[in-house]
Design a protein. Structure first.
Length: 551
């Protein structure tokens, strides 16, 4: 194939350690180990896509088998060995794709082939790409050869999913974690490629390519290839054109939209979103970019322009920094929780575009009840997404071992919330009183949950602290709070604790019954019965009032 007709990712694929970018430590370590003649039986390269795992494997193979030796490795005019390795045609360097050859028979063929020494070089080398795709049996078949191979045999593995490889295999390899390429390094690299290809692309457009590629050299070169192909003769590709090509929109639009949300300007917010949508941006992409922007607003003072991976330009970075000082952190955290919750809902709605508009309108209502200059607090149920605007109602929410500890504060202004007046105010002074009133009011579902799935930690006036098992109904807190207010005309705080608490009422009853049965089994009456009926089994015992003396 003509070199000029190759895609950029292949045309500019590194051929020596000097060509690699962002992996200097790996290259130096491997070179030093070869020079010191301390070569491992197997190398394992892991990392994200497109950062040079397979490329590094080939370069290592060249370093091991170069005709000129490690001190004089080929850099430009390749020897026959290095050239054939680059072209994947070397007789002693076998490349295998584990995604297509996953079975134990494939590995057995490989092991059988390894019995014969190299024909023209010092080492016979097996490069296995995406090695995590091998089956469990294939890995087991490989273990012995991997641990004690012949001196002439070396393995080089590459994978994007290191956790899928058995630890017994990993422990037999020298592992190298290839790092994600820094944004600044990647930008300089694709600038050089752009110049070599005589392309006219603005720096802002190149930064967008770096941002989209997320540290992957291959992705950045593929995007650059696409950008160069879309260029008109003699015309420079600017940021706006690049955004249209790659399906990205100008982040400044999102920043303006966010500012208008906080101001509550509904019409302008909807118009900006519709312009963004008309650019071909998918609703899910919009929400994820919105979450990214929330992160920048919350953490902008601890970030630099480079650490944003060029997601922002200088102007956008400065604008966010200025705006962030005017926004309460609680608003940003509330928006974050709300947007995350909305991601679960978006797939349910048939018209996601309209759903996003409603999402933005709801955010405006959220921001109107939560600001620095108001004492208002907001109570939010992220599951049902119901908002109650209460002057003195405060959300206190924190996670304890993956449990949401939700506390509802008392006091609600009568003009905002209509009170449910009980005909007769009921005093509930203990957990037992609560269960009894559930029984009297025929709240069988609540009574069942309290007895079966709840462990009491602490019971105080208007406050109940509990732990629970996995069977607890998700609406339990809401239902119990509602009924307690109805029965007592007072607000109750119900909290979930990481403490285990007392055993459930049902478990207590089971323990009492078990003790009672054990006691009966030691009685003379039971022994007398067993003498006559040796196959009998004591299952239950009735109380004394039913005609049996427990003593």
């Amino acid at each position: 194939m003509n070199n000029n007709s190759k895609v950029l990712a292949l045309k500019y694929r590194p051929q020596t350690f000097d060509d690699l970018i962002g992996q200097e430590i790996v290259a130096e370590t491997i070179t030093n180990s070869i020079k010191a003649d301390k070569i491992p039986n197997a190398y394992l390269f892991t990392g994200i896509r497109g950062i040079g795992k397979t490329t590094t494997a080939r370069i290592v193979a060249k370093a091991l088998n170069c005709s000129n030796g490690i001190e004089n490795l080929c850099k430009e005019n390749f020897c026959e060995s290095c050239k054939s390795i680059s072209e994947s045609s070397h007789i002693d360097v076998l490349e295998m794709d584990a995604a297509s050859k996953t079975g134990v028979d494939d590995v057995r063929d490989l092991i059988e082939f390894s019995r014969y020494g190299p024909t023209s070089t010092k080492y016979k080398i097996f490069i296995i790409d995406e090695v995590h795709m091998l089956s469990k049996q294939a890995f087991n078949a490989l273990l012995k050869t991997l641990e004690e191979p012949p001196e002439y045999l070396k393995f080089i593995f590459a994978t994007t999913e290191i956790k899928k490889i058995p630890i017994t295999v990993v422990s037999r390899c020298q592992r190298f974690d290839l790092s994600r390429i820094k944004s600044s390094e990647l930008l300089e690299f694709i600038k050089k490629i752009k110049d070599k290809e005589n392309g006219k692309i603005s720096d802002d457009a190149l930064r967008l390519i770096v941002k989209i590629s997320e540290g992957s050299v291959r992705d950045s070169l593929s995007l650059l290839d696409r950008a160069l192909l879309s260029l008109d003769q003699g015309k420079e590709l600017d940021l706006y054109s690049a955004q249209k090509i790659f399906g990205y929109f100008d982040k400044s639009q999102l920043i303006d939209l966010f500012e208008l949300i906080l101001k509550g300007e509904e019409k302008k917010v909807i118009n900006i979103y519709r312009n963004i949508y008309d650019q071909g941006v998918e609703p899910k992409v919009f929400i994820n970019d919105f979450l990214e922007l929330l992160y920048y607003f919350k953490n902008i003072n601890s970030l630099t322009l480079e650490s944003t991976n060029f997601s922002l330009n200088d102007e956008e970075f400065s604008k966010i920094k200025n705006l962030s000082n005017q926004i309460d952190s609680e608003v940003l955290i509330l928006f974050w929780q709300f947007a995350i919750s909305y991601l679960e809902e978006i797939d349910i709605v048939s018209n996601q575009h309209l759903s996003i508009e409603m999402f933005l309108i709801r955010l405006m209502h959220l921001s109107s009840v939560k600001s620095k200059n108001k004492v208002e607090k907001v109570e939010i149920d992220l599951k049902s997404e119901k908002l109650v605007n209460n002057k003195e109602t405060e959300l206190t929410s924190k996670t304890i071992d993956q449990i949401k500890n939700v506390a509802q504060e008392e006091k609600t202004k009568p003009e905002i919330q209509t009170e449910i007046k009980a005909e007769h105010k009921i005093n509930i002074n203990s957990f037992e009183d609560l269960i009894e009133i559930c029984s009297k009011k025929k709240e069988i579902k609540l009574k069942y949950e309290l007895e079966k799935n709840v462990n009491l930690v602490k019971f105080e006036k208007n406050r109940i602290e509990i732990s629970f098992n996995e069977s607890l109904n998700k609406d339990f807190v809401k239902d119990l709070s509602s009924k307690l207010f109805e029965w007592t005309s007072e607000r109750w705080i119900i909290t979930f604790s990481k403490l285990k608490g007392q055993i459930s009422v049902k478990d207590k009853e089971k323990n009492v019954k078990k003790q009672f049965i054990d006691k009966m089994k030691n009685s003379e009456m039971f022994k007398s019965v067993m003498d006559r009926f040796p196959d009998a089994e004591l299952i239950d015992v009735n109380s004394k009032k039913d005609g049996v003396d427990n003593d």
